[in-house]
Design a protein around this ligand. Structure first.
Ligand SMILES: Cc1cc2nc3c(=O)[nH]c(=O)nc-3n(C[C@H](O)[C@H](O)[C@H](O)COP(=O)(O)OP(=O)(O)OC[C@H]3O[C@@H](n4cnc5c(N)ncnc54)[C@H](O)[C@@H]3O)c2cc1C
Length: 177
């Protein structure tokens, strides 16, 4: 049985309050890279989540207008590059609609071809995951992408954080009591 969801928030200002509250959930920042050669693409995403340990599953949440989902469906495999605190420039670059298309987006970006398809892995990221597209689930004005993880490599360094709509340098120190 399918159920239609009610509009939960009554007014536009309530919707904005909800969105601003959601932005108080601090996340890391990743650049999704997909394809190679002339058909390569990269996009900044904060809505990345590890969903399941066994089987290894992750999710992305993308705007319905995002061109990235089409690339993921076409190529079936993609990399998640979790950015380090020194990579705020890359986070902004791969979110800029004027970054160009195909390999032009990677001009001046340090990367190494990785995993089995030569996908760009951004140098100096905190870690890299190699993911296999599974499905897209429509979710309001966004869409949830579910993917399996077939390989992972960890780097070093502290992560870049996204909180309240701004980028912040993560500082990883001693565990708090
Ligand atoms: C810190 C941060 C976190 C973010 N987190 C998220 C998030 O979690 N989810 C989210 O949805 N957005 C997020 N964004 C916004 C997102 O990064 C931008 O909106 C970005 O531009 C979306 O890129 P896209 O790949 O969807 O491509 P588009 O915005 O669709 O287009 C970008 C470029 O790719 C080209 N292009 C697009 N599709 C194709 C195609 N099929 N073939 C050839 N060229 C194509 C376009 O011409 C354009 O040049 C975040 C931004 C920031 C700064």
């Amino acid at each position: 049985m399918t159920m239609s969801l009610p509009a939960i928030l009554p007014s536009e200002s309530d919707v904005e309050s909800f969105w601003q509250a959601g932005l108080r959930f601090a996340t890391g920042v990743s650049v999704i890279t997909v394809g190679s050669g002339e058909r390569v693409h990269g996009t900044t995403v904060s809505a990345f989540t590890v969903v399941s340990r066994c089987p290894a599953l992750v999710s992305l949440c993308l705007r319905t207008s995002s061109g990235l989902a089409e690339f993921l469906i076409d190529h079936r495999h993609f990399a998640v590059n979790i950015l380090s605190r020194e990579q705020s420039r890359l986070a902004r670059h791969f979110a800029n609609p004027a970054r160009g298309q195909g390999p032009d987006q990677f001009t001046g970006v340090a990367w190494t071809p990785g995993f089995d398809a030569g996908v760009p892995l951004l140098d100096r990221a905190v870690c890299w995951l190699w993911c296999q597209f599974r499905r897209v689930v429509p979710a309001g004005d966004h869409q949830l992408v579910l993917a399996g993880v077939t390989a992972a490599k960890t780097g070093t360094g502290a992560p870049l954080l996204y909180y309240a709509g701004r980028l912040h340098p993560g500082a990883i120190g001693e565990e708090v009591a």
